[in-house]
Design a protein around this ligand. Structure first.
Ligand code: MG
Ligand code: ZN
Length: 374
């Protein structure tokens, strides 16, 4: 009887738990007592939007049982839920990494009460580090936006774009040019404003990213019209050349180090579309960027590389009938899911990322690695 009651209580608690208790936010992260052996100067945070273990496994087995991701030395798991929903969206998910707060779905760089929260990119900028954002969605989309903007709702992409000219960001590469120069809410030309501040701005329509070596004397922006055209369709690599260009560029922009976020934005969209091939293509495209980041970190020796996702999308799994090289994927939904999300780390400070912890802990671990908590 007692067990039955407990069971009913547990069920009730689960039902009432669409807004999970934030108590564990302050709970030990599993790495609290670890002594840092060596402090990194730079952080490259790679976010595969919607990239759960199914997506990683599909990429792995479709690619002859090999991913660059496997070069990471430490793995962990994070709990991705939002303040108001067990299933997070990309805005709350990225705000957790960027600001260390659990917030509501749709929130960009603001806490659960709607108050702006300082992002790690802003703090890095203020502390004299160079900063960069790269995405294969529009650069004003939820994931990159959460590192640079503070708005109540992710749909306000024109408002998000207004944060760029005053941010001091050293490099940004992504889509969404129209939110800067063909705005509906006002007449401002933000590209003009950026140029006035010394930015060199280039466009996808004008020049291939792989053919550009930006001059580190000036901050650099590169925009495509909308989302980045799919490499699989355009034949033009985007994420890999961006990931190759940015670290040495940022390293020259500041001798204090850099913070760079690189997003493989469209793994998520493959999940929403329930399209296993889309997922595999985007996963492998993202993994190429991971390889380039790890190469830089290995040669540099002062760079911490962290790879994770905001959430899983699709309840994607590798079903019976799959063989090495050919995946028979299956989906439980066309929405995000709430499974634990893997974290991979490499380089000085990587040891902080083992264990099971809240998504917000990634922010605190990054700050600790950089010595910002001192
Ligand atoms: Mg995203
Ligand atoms: Zn999504």
């Amino acid at each position: 009887m007692r067990i039955y009651r407990l069971f009913v209580f547990a069920l009730f608690s689960l039902a009432a738990c669409s807004a999970p208790k934030p108590a564990s936010e302050t709970a030990p992260s599993g790495a609290g007592s670890i002594e840092l052996q060596k402090r990194p100067q730079n952080i490259i945070l790679l976010i595969g939007d919607g990239m759960g273990l199914g997506q990683i496994s599909a990429g792995l087995y479709a690619n002859g049982n090999q991913l660059n991701l496997e070069r990471c030395t430490v793995t962990g798991l994070h709990k991705s839920y939002a303040s108001n929903d067990l299933i997070t969206d990309s805005a709350a998910g990225a705000t957790a990494f960027a600001c260390g707060v659990k917030t509501y779905n749709g929130a960009i760089g603001v806490d659960a009460a709607g108050k702006p929260a300082k992002t790690i990119l802003e703090e890095a900028q203020q502390r004299g580090l160079a900063t960069g954002l790269i995405a294969t969605s529009s650069i004003t989309h939820a994931t990159p936006a959460s590192f640079i903007a503070h708005v109540a709702n992710r749909g306000e992409e024109e408002a998000i774009a207004t944060f760029f000219p005053d941010s001091g960001i050293d490099l940004f590469i992504g889509g969404g040019k129209k939110f800067f120069d063909r705005r509906e809410t006002d007449e401002r030309d933000l590209l003009q404003q950026l140029r006035k501040k010394g930015y060199v701005i280039s466009h996808y329509a004008e020049k291939d990213l792989a053919q550009i070596t930006p001059d580190p004397a000036h901050p650099f922006g590169y925009l495509s019209a909308d989302n980045s055209p799919l490499t699989a369709e355009s034949g033009r690599d985007y994420l890999e050349p961006a990931a190759r260009m940015a670290p040495p560029f940022l390293a020259k922009r500041s001798n204090k180090g850099f913070f760079l976020m690189i997003e493989g934005s469209q793994i998520d969209w493959g999940g929403h579309a329930k399209d296993a091939q889309y997922i595999v293509n985007e996963m492998l495209d993202f993994d190429k960027a991971i390889g380039v980041a790890l190469d830089f970190a290995k040669a540099d020796g002062r760079t911490l590389v962290i790879i994770t996702a905001d959430h899983e999308t699709g309840g994607f799994s590798i079903n019976p009938g799959s063989v090495m090289g050919s995946i028979k994927g299956a989906f439980t939904t066309d929405q995000h899911t709430g499974t634990l999300i893997p974290v991979f780390a490499y380089g000085p400070g990587a040891e902080l990322f083992g264990g099971v912890y809240e998504n917000t802990a990634i922010y605190h671990k990054m700050r600790r690695a950089l010595g910002f908590d001192k």
